[in-house]
Design a protein around this ligand. Structure first.
Ligand code: PLP
Length: 382
């Protein structure tokens, strides 16, 4: 770090690269847990996966059932299959999200109808209401950065039109909406355990289903369509009547996830502390607004610190010159050819914020001193 610092004692992250935007959060017990698994007969999907599902479900998703899979994208694809989405059906999804939210639809021939976002980067529920047609079979919402969407409005729309609500909660482990955990109420939800999410298993994900009658089918689809519980009893006469794929999690991955659950509360508290500190220190600085700080009915999981800023390019340069990484992370999906490309004027709120959103460092390695330093650098202007 060559940056001027307000005080000498400002410790900066020990990566040697300044304050980086992302860093995996590897729990203390992860390596031990993995080495234990590597010395057993089960390294693929076995008892650790069962244990991880049970503990995740008890902690976050009960009464909905949790099923561990190979990635968040796998969980989304399975949720879409279980919601019985078929070629020609329409689904409403936010235009601003990780492409993983929408790519499975392209495999399925489901028509994506993009909805605009609100000023806090979440799906705009008023626009969603206008987009519903008789062909709409599901609404997907993304709790962007960890900030819960307007769920009451979405659940009301779902009930009124008899369409499934699917939550992409990749950013939102531990987030709460009106006192309840995200992932414990909708028809389907999914979490991601990709390298830089709250919980990482290297890669991994959790599918969450409300209707317990779908659990057996979900388990079969996760494994080629085969009923593993019958197979493991040695009765290998089962027919395969539906096409599954290979979506399962391994015990190696689950053992890392179990270590992450042990430390989760502490980790989330750290992220939320940093989020509140950012809000506090940036609130009087002109030209920057922390996104999502006004709500009192929902708890931000603080995966990303997103801000709306003036002069984004010069701000990023200013931060870079002080050893601080920042970036966009995700882009509007209608810019990609695979989703049909961009048609001007369709999404006025997306247009308004497109050149103005920015993600600042917030993760396990960021300290409160780092945030104070970032605020100090921002205060100098850009
Ligand atoms: C990370 C992410 C996913 C996909 O999860 P993977 O585990 O990487 O497959 C889906 N949606 C959003 C919003 C994400 O950020």
């Amino acid at each position: 770090m060559t940056a001027e610092k307000p005080m000498n004692e400002f410790p900066v992250m020990d990566t040697g690269e300044g304050i980086v935007l992302f860093h995996p959060n590897i729990p203390a017990k992860a390596a031990f847990n993995v080495s234990e698994v590597l010395n057993t007969r089960w390294i693929g999907q076995g008892p650790k996966v069962d244990e991880f599902e049970r503990r995740f479900e008890n902690k976050f998703t009960s009464p909905c059932k949790s099923l561990a899979v190979g990635s968040g994208t796998d969980a989304l694809h399975l949720a879409y299959l279980l919601a019985d989405l078929k070629a020609g059906d329409e689904v409403i999804a936010p235009v601003f999200t990780c492409t993983a939210t929408n790519i499975p639809f392209l495999y399925m021939g489901v028509k994506i109808v993009f909805a605009d976002i609100d000023e806090n980067l979440n799906i705009d529920v008023k626009h969603v209401a206008q987009l519903i047609t008789p062909k709409t079979k599901a609404i997907v919402c993304v709790h962007y950065g960890g900030l819960p969407c307007d769920m009451d409005e979405l659940w009301q729309l779902g009930a009124k039109h008899n369409i499934a609500i699917i939550e992409d909660a990749a950013h939102a482990v531990g987030a709460k909406y009106k006192g309840e955990f995200i992932g414990s109420q909708s028809d389907f939800s999914m979490f991601s355990f990709q390298a830089i999410k709250h919980i990482t298993t290297g890669d991994g994900g959790m599918l969450v289903v409300k209707d317990h009658a779908l659990v057996e089918k979900a388990k079969r689809l996760r494994w080629f369509g085969i009923d593993r519980s019958s197979k493991q009893k040695g009765i290998w006469e089962n027919d395969i009547v539906e096409v599954g794929y290979k979506y399962q999690m391994t015990d190696i991955a689950a053992s890392i996830g179990l270590a992450a659950i042990d430390e989760f509360d502490e980790h989330l508290a750290h992220r939320q502390r940093l989020y509140r500190l950012y809000c506090d220190l940036l609130k009087d600085i002109n030209g920057i607004r922390v996104i999502g700080s006004e709500y009192t009915d929902r708890e931000h999981a603080a995966w990303l610190l997103t801000a709306e800023v003036d002069g984004r390019e010069s701000l990023m340069k200013h931060l870079r010159e002080h050893g601080i990484e920042s970036g966009q992370v995700h882009y509007r999906n209608d810019k990609y050819t695979i989703f049909g490309g961009r048609k001007p004027g369709q999404f006025p709120k997306m247009d308004a914020i497109e050149e103005r959103y920015l993600v600042l460092p917030l993760h396990a390695k960021v300290t409160e001193e780092d945030v104070a330093y970032i605020a100090y650098v921002l205060k100098k202007g850009w």
